[in-house]
Design a protein around this ligand. Structure first.
Ligand code: F6R
Length: 243
């Protein structure tokens, strides 16, 4: 695992954007990139938007999302499909038809999970998968206890994760869906290059567990230790628990 410790979240955003840019430029005939939502990648996405405005093209890019809330209607502003459209893909000109995520509004979420696993398989290889990490070590929405070999499926969010994400729902924990669809840890691990970005002291324990703790379902991020090509990009606060 390559561990990159940088002074500020802005520096982290630049490095993550560099990795994505290299993948986008290396495959002008078409490339699939995996995208995370949440706060952690936003500075990287802003850097990518600035680069697009300076000429970097994304019209050959297919994007796959990690996860989605179950039960939010299509078009809900906090559905991850909407979030990624707003935060990145519209601004860099990726055709919406090439932006894929689990269908959290499907009447049968179990079938939606199977369908999304098949979709991800069909657009492989995922050249780069951008990841964040939850304070409890979750990656995607694979909460503690998730099998390290898991595939796309329905999961129940922990109360900690719902509380953490209430900030996106006007602080109303009750508005945060209980269930999600998420790529499994096994699914995520099939990407060629995993780039996990974490900033701030609240992520220090999760980062230490993922990078240096035992490989255990209790810290889903520790699955990264089994992958041959991982770049962990952290600011000094998030790195403070590393040895
Ligand atoms: C989001 C996702 C989650 C987040 C994690 C950290 O698509 O998969 O694993 O990366 O919850 O969220 P932030 O970055 O908001 O702290």
């Amino acid at each position: 695992m390559e561990v990159v410790v940088l002074p500020t979240p802005e520096d982290c955003g630049h490095v993550v954007a560099d990795v994505v840019t290299a993948a986008v430029e290396a495959a002008p005939g078409g490339v699939t990139i995996g995208l995370a939502t949440g706060s952690s990648p936003l500075l990287a996405y802003r850097t990518l938007i600035a680069r697009h405005e300076a000429g970097l093209r994304f019209d050959h890019v297919t994007a796959v999302l990690l996860d989605e809330y179950v039960g939010l209607p299509a078009g809900h502003p906090e559905s991850y499909r909407e979030v990624i459209r707003r935060e990145l893909t519209d601004a860099v000109g990726i055709d919406p038809a090439r932006v894929h995520g689990p269908d959290g509004s499907a009447p049968d979420p179990l079938q939606a999970a199977r369908d999304y696993e098949a979709l991800v398989t069909s657009v492989r290889p995922v050249a780069v998968q951008v990841l964040g990490i939850g304070a409890n070590g979750h990656v995607g929405f694979n909460e503690p206890g998730s099998s390290l070999a898991s595939r796309t499926r329905v999961k129940t969010l922990t109360e900690q994760t719902r509380a953490d994400n209430a900030r996106f729902f006007d602080g109303d924990v009750a508005a945060v869906p209980r269930h999600v669809l998420t790529q499994g840890l096994g699914t995520i691990s099939e990407a060629e290059h995993l780039v996990l970005v974490a900033t701030g002291a609240a992520k220090a324990a999760a980062v230490a567990g993922a990078a240096e703790g035992p490989v255990t379902t209790s810290c889903p991020g520790s699955v990264l230790q089994l992958h041959p090509h991982v770049t962990l990009v952290v600011d000094e606060a998030a790195a403070s628990g590393l040895q």
